[in-house]
Design a protein around this ligand. Structure first.
Ligand code: MN
Length: 425
């Protein structure tokens, strides 16, 4: 299925009048506060969030997987699904591939399919957390950190191969997330595991094209439960610093212990110019992969508040944005539309924070006023502004409603069948 401009127009038609009324009312109020609504719209339009190739099918829990039907079973179908999302919300113009779940076979056909739906290729992700069918050595006890040199070599070669695949597609970054760690005290040497990881990453880093980045993800626990080699932002930052200018830390919102102050981590990394990537999701307990903004929308706003000031006041490069979640209850496409909307909303809220007054409150030790300023922005309903930015980009006023009205899932089930299953997770 392909979403056309006629689809967008027909599904926007019944919403136009009430949307215009809501938007005009909001725009007037924002202008009264001294905000430039046109400039806000342009910034919101420019924020594009990559969709990972593994998020388009129903994910699973460790207990089961319940397919929703019409899932994309080939890489081209996954690209087409991202194309549908992008046509609806004009906010996801790239796909992030996971290798080896989505190794391109016919590069010309893949590039053509992507061009047809105006999609490019974001960061490529390597996978050394599971053994592949034909693999001679096992990652059971680690990959880049493994004590066995031949296993480290296998994992290094895999990452180099992922870079070569990404180069053919126009990707500009390699994301490395390691499952390496231990489940029991005494299982391995912390220092040796870290040193092995650094040396392995260095070999991969030396293979990076000059205009590429290496994004190093961290995670405190899981799949191992006593230690992980790259457990926190500090370890990732340390490795990125040692590797060089092309290496950065990647923040995945779900990869923190409960109550971690993620916005402070963002601020610190941006001060050092080392925030390279962002994986969005939400969580209640751990790496839950819940829909962005569904549990802690205020935290998401506070994170964007730091990102927006970081853009203005530091020379940190623009991070690679990606959603990293998968669901077994909701239609994954609807979930991605909800996630992107939550991200844009938090970004918009951060853009309207009265920075001058906030700085004055901070300088004057006016704690109450600082809170008032942030919460005023957070509690302003900016949905009409986000909708208008999407409408002006040629997308749907309500992407989710259009997705339902246009019967996208029903059409995909008709085209691909009820039992079609996405590869990967
Ligand atoms: Mn992630």
């Amino acid at each position: 299925m392909k979403i056309t401009t006629d689809h967008i127009h027909s599904s926007n038609k019944p919403l136009e009048i009430s949307h215009a009324r809501e938007f005009n009312f909001l725009a007037e109020n924002l202008e009264k506060k001294g905000l430039n609504v046109e400039a806000l719209i342009q910034k919101i339009q420019a924020l594009q969030i990559a969709i990972p190739s593994w998020a388009l099918g129903t994910g699973g829990t460790r207990f089961g997987r319940f397919s929703g039907g019409g899932e994309p079973s080939t890489l081209i179908q996954k690209i087409q699904d991202v194309g549908i999302l992008h046509a609806l919300n004009r906010s996801s113009d790239s796909i992030s591939l996971h290798i080896p779940w989505d190794i391109p076979q016919d590069y010309d056909a893949i590039l053509q399919a992507a061009a047809e739906v105006e999609i490019s290729f974001d960061a490529v992700n390597s996978n050394t957390f599971q053994d592949q069918a034909d693999q001679s050595l096992s990652y059971k006890f680690g990959s880049l950190a493994n004590n066995d040199k031949s296993i480290r070599k296998l994992a290094i070669e895999h990452n180099k191969e992922v870079i070569r695949i990404g180069e053919k597609l126009g990707s500009k970054a390699l994301t490395v997330w390691l499952a390496d760690g231990s489940s029991f005290p005494g299982q391995h040497s912390f220092r040796k595991a870290l040193q092995n990881t650094y040396e392995s990453l260095l070999e991969i880093y030396q293979e990076l094209p000059s205009d590429w980045k290496m994004l190093i993800e961290y995670k405190p626990y899981e799949p191992y439960f006593y230690s992980t080699v790259i457990s926190d932002w500090g370890t990732s930052f340390l490795l990125a610093n040692k590797l060089g200018d092309k290496a950065f830390t990647l923040v995945d919102l779900g990869h923190h212990l409960p109550n971690t102050n993620i916005e402070q981590i963002v601020a610190t990394l941006m001060t050092e110019g080392k925030l390279g990537g962002f994986h969005f999701n939400d969580s209640k307990y751990g790496d839950d992969d819940l829909t962005v903004g569904s549990i802690k929308p205020y935290q998401l706003f506070l994170i964007f508040n730091e990102l927006v000031t970081g853009f203005e006041e530091t020379s940190n490069p623009t991070p690679a944005w990606m959603i990293d979640a998968s669901h077994n209850l909701k239609d994954p496409m609807e979930d991605l539309l909800q996630s992107v909307e939550a991200i844009k909303l938090a970004y918009a809220q951060a853009l309207i924070v009265d920075r001058k007054s906030l700085e004055a409150a901070q300088d004057g030790q006016d704690v109450g006023q600082g809170q008032e300023i942030l919460q005023d922005a957070f509690r302003t309903d900016l949905r009409p502004l986000v909708r208008e930015s999407i409408r002006q980009s040629g997308g749907a006023i309500s992407p989710i409603q259009s997705y339902r009205d246009l019967k996208v899932r029903e059409t995909l089930i008709k085209e691909r069948g009820k039992d079609s299953k996405a590869s990967g997770l």
